[in-house]
Design a protein around this ligand. Structure first.
Ligand code: ATP
Ligand code: LTN
Length: 335
C-alpha cells in the first residue's frame, strides 16, 4: 500500500482566527486528517517577527491550540505542537538561509507589504527571513503537501525552490512540497473591502469575522458589509466581488452549493440575504465556541501539546541528522 502523504501546515498564534483563516486553511486541516499523516504547528517563532508582549503571546498560543482542537483537529490522529518546542526549526532555518538569496526574499510580496517602501533600516531581519523559517518548518518533516490560503502561494514556491536547490547541491534530501490551495475559500475577502483579503491586521474590525465573535457582532458586521451595485444575488467575481465573497462564505458555512443559494435568493435583495447569512454564520460558530471554552481550561491541552512536541521532535531530530550529514556538518566518528 502506498505510504500516506505527510501534510504540514502552520498558523500564527495571534489569538484571533477569522473566517478567512478557517475557510482557506483550517477547514482543510481537519478534512486531511483522515487520509494523511498530518502535523499542525502553532508558529510562535513566526509571530515574534513583529513585536509581541510575552504574557499575551503565551495566552495566544494556548488559545490557538484550543481553537485547533475545537474545530476538529484530533490529536490522536494528527500531531499538534508549538514550533518553539522543537529547536530544530531554528537550526534548519539557519541552514536554509545560507542557501536563500537576498533578491528572492526581497521579492516576497508579504515582506514588501509588511516592511513598507522605505523603512528597511528599522525592519526586523526576522521579517525578511520569515519565508525561510516557513520552508524549514515544512522541509524538517519532509512534508509532501501543505494546505494554505492563496496568500501563502509565493512562500510555498520559495520552499519548493529551496528544496530543489538543496537537493541539487547535496543529493536527494527533501521532497518538493506541493501546496494544497482550495478553489472556494482560499482567498476570503474583507467584508469592508472585497478587493483585499480578509486580514486580522486590517484597520477595522468590520473587515473580518472571527470564530469567537458574538452573535451580535456577527450580525452587525454582516449588516454593514459592503455590497455591489444592483440588488441581484449572483456569483460574479468581476462584476460583484462583494456578493461573490458573501456567497462563498454562505456556501462554505452551510455546505450548500452557490447555485442553490442564488436560486433561493432570486429577487429577494441584499437585506434578506445578509440577515440569513448572519444567522448561518452564528449557527456555524456556536458549537466551535462551546468546544473552545471547554478545551481552553482543560489541563489535557498541556499534555496534548507536549506529546505533540515529543512526536514532532523525534521526526525532526532524524531529519536534521540527515541534513547535517549531507552538508558535512558535525563530527562523525569513522565507526
Ligand atoms: P492575517 O493576514 O489575517 O494576519 P496570516 O496569513 O498572516 O493571516 P495566519 O493566521 O498564520 O496568518 O494564517 C493561517 C492560514 O490562513 C494561512 O494558511 C493563510 O494562508 C490563511 N489565510 C489568511 N487569510 C486568509 C484569507 N483571507 N482567505 C483565505 N485564507 C487565508
Ligand atoms: N506563514 C504562514 C504560517 C506558516 C506556515 C508554515 C504555513 C508558518 N510556517 C509552514 C504552512 C507551512 C501564514 O499563514 N502566515
Amino acid at each position: 500500500m502506498e505510504r500516506m502523504k505527510r501534510v504540514f501546515s502552520g498558523i500564527q498564534p495571534s489569538g484571533l482566527v477569522h473566517l478567512g483563516n478557517y475557510l482557506g486553511a483550517l477547514r482543510q486541516w481537519v478534512l486531511l486528517q483522515d487520509q494523511h499523516e498530518c502535523l499542525y504547528c502553532i508558529v510562535d517563532l513566526h509571530a515574534i517577527t513583529i513585536p509581541q508582549k510575552p504574557k499575551d503571546l503565551e495566552l495566544q498560543i494556548r488559545q490557538t491550540a484550543a481553537l485547533c482542537l475545537a474545530i476538529g483537529i484530533n490529536p490522536e490522529r494528527s500531531i499538534l505542537f508549538v514550533q518553539s518546542d522543537v529547536s530544530e526549526h531554528g537550526e534548519l532555518a539557519w541552514i536554509l538561509s545560507c542557501h536563500a538569496y537576498m533578491g528572492e526574499l526581497r521579492r516576497m510580496t508579504q515582506f514588501k507589504d509588511k516592511s513598507g517602501s522605505n523603512q528597511e533600516e528599522s525592519i526586523g531581519a526576522g521579517l525578511f527571513n520569515y519565508p525561510v523559517l516557513m520552508a524549514a518548518d515544512i522541509l524538517l518533516y519532509n512534508a509532501q503537501a501543505v494546505p494554505v490560503g492563496e496568500d501563502q502561494r509565493q512562500h510555498l514556491e520559495l520552499s519548493r525552490d529551496l528544496s530543489r536547490r538543496f537537493n541539487n547541491l547535496y543529493g536527494d534530501v527533501f521532497y518538493v512540497p506541493e501546496p494544497i490551495i482550495v478553489k472556494a475559500g482560499s482567498r476570503v475577502m474583507g467584508l469592508d473591502d472585497p478587493l483585499k483579503k480578509m486580514s486580522k491586521s486590517a484597520s477595522s474590525q468590520y473587515n473580518y469575522i472571527t470564530l469567537m465573535d458574538t452573535p451580535d457582532q456577527i450580525r452587525a458586521k454582516i449588516k454593514v458589509a459592503v455590497t455591489d451595485s444592483g440588488r441581484e444575488i449572483r456569483y460574479d467575481e468581476g462584476q460583484k466581488p462583494a456578493i461573490s465573497n458573501l456567497l462563498t462564505i454562505f456556501s462554505l458555512v452551510t455546505n450548500r452549493q452557490i447555485a442553490a443559494l442564488e436560486r433561493d435568493y432570486e429577487g429577494k435583495g441584499y437585506g434578506v440575504f445578509k440577515k440569513d447569512l448572519g444567522e448561518a454564520v452564528c449557527e456555524f460558530v456556536r458549537p466551535i465556541q462551546k468546544e473552545y471554552a471547554k478545551r481552553l481550561d482543560d489541563p489535557a491541552l498541556d499534555s496534548i501539546l507536549s506529546q505533540g512536541a515529543s512526536k514532532a521532535s523525534d521526526l525532526a531530530r532524524r531529519q536534521i541528522k540527515i541534513v547535517k550529514q549531507a552538508l558535512g556538518l558535525g563530527f562523525s566518528p569513522v565507526h
